[in-house]
Write a protein that binds this ligand. Structure first.
Ligand SMILES: O=P(O)(O)OC[C@H]1O[C@H](O[C@H]2O[C@H](CO)[C@@H](O)[C@H](O)[C@H]2O)[C@H](O)[C@@H](O)[C@@H]1O
Length: 274
């Protein structure tokens, strides 16, 4: 059982690139597995969720890492959607916040209790199409095991009503409702999240001593930081003046610094033996 690290203000968390010598020493001669969030981590946040794409230079470094160590992308997006956007073969992809996992050989694993919520998710989509589908700027993004209601492109005057409608509908249908970066997310109300998915993947890698490197930017990534505990190399993507709390051990400011950190990790793996 892992004891989660204690949350602290993001501004108090050391910067991963400044702390690189310490990190490199910690990783020396250790087996590593890399877990990466997508939106806000590998891909800059943009207004239209359909337009999100890897930051230039990220794909080659993720591909390079995937040739060195196990790599998984862990996203709130649907697994097929995020796999296509990342476009790197040989990696695991955990989509719908970890409810659907695609292995490098293409085989897939759905969290077994999630299917019971498929009817509720369909009903939520129908209801919200009627209730808020015509509000200018609203984007409804259904995934295999989730529904995201986006309000980033909605006028400020309407955004709260959109969030309230999504919350009310989700709760009435027995779904779990969470709020992220200008999104209301509906998913199965099952004891499963990115943290459980990452631990599930680690169990299958078959090396109890592997060090998990996890990089993410949002509340759902905090579930992974908590599940991995203080021995993992957890990195929060956030500006130093961000007022949130995090359980991550390090920060970087943006996806450009994520790319730089991953490149350092790949260089390190080239020069050391695990
Ligand atoms: O776990 P993640 O990979 O970070 O996915 C979380 C949600 O990210 C996406 O929405 C966010 O990014 C959009 C594109 O930059 C942005 O428009 C939106 O405001 C953000 O919340 C994605 O569209 C969702 O499905 C994910 O659940």
């Amino acid at each position: 059982m892992v004891t989660p690290a204690t949350p602290r203000p993001i501004g108090d968390v050391p910067h991963a690139l400044a702390a690189w010598p310490t990190i490199a020493a910690e990783l020396e001669h250790r087996a590593i597995a890399v877990f990466l969030d997508f939106d806000g981590t590998l891909s800059p946040i943009v207004a239209d969720p359909a337009a999100a794409a890897l930051l230039p230079g990220v794909q080659p470094v993720v591909a390079r890492l995937a040739r060195q160590v196990p790599v998984a992308v862990v996203s709130g997006r649907g697994a097929a959607d995020v796999a296509e956007r990342v476009g790197v073969p040989g990696i695991h992809v955990a989509g719908s916040h970890g409810f659907e996992i695609i292995a490098p050989d293409g085989s897939s694993h759905d969290q077994p209790d999630a299917a019971a919520s498929l009817a509720a998710l369909e009903a939520a989509l129908d209801e919200l199409e009627t209730a808020v589908g015509d509000v200018p700027g609203v984007v409804l993004e259904p995934k295999r095991f989730g529904l995201t209601v986006h309000d980033r492109m909605v006028a400020d005057a309407d955004a709260e009503a959109v969030r309230a409608a999504a919350t009310t509908t989700g709760e009435r249908l027995g779904l779990r409702v969470t709020h992220g970066k200008r999104v209301t997310e509906l998913r199965p109300d099952v004891d499963w999240d990115k943290g459980r998915a990452v631990r599930w993947l680690l169990d299958r890698l078959g090396d109890a001593d592997v060090v998990a490197v996890y990089v993410g930017d949002d509340r759902t990534d905090e579930d992974a930081f908590a599940a991995l505990g203080p021995d993992a190399l957890t990195v929060m993507v956030a500006a130093p003046d961000d007022e949130r709390m995090t359980r991550a051990r390090f920060t970087v400011a943006d996806p450009g610094q994520v790319r730089d950190l991953l490149a350092r990790l790949a260089d390190h793996l080239d020069t050391t033996e695990s």
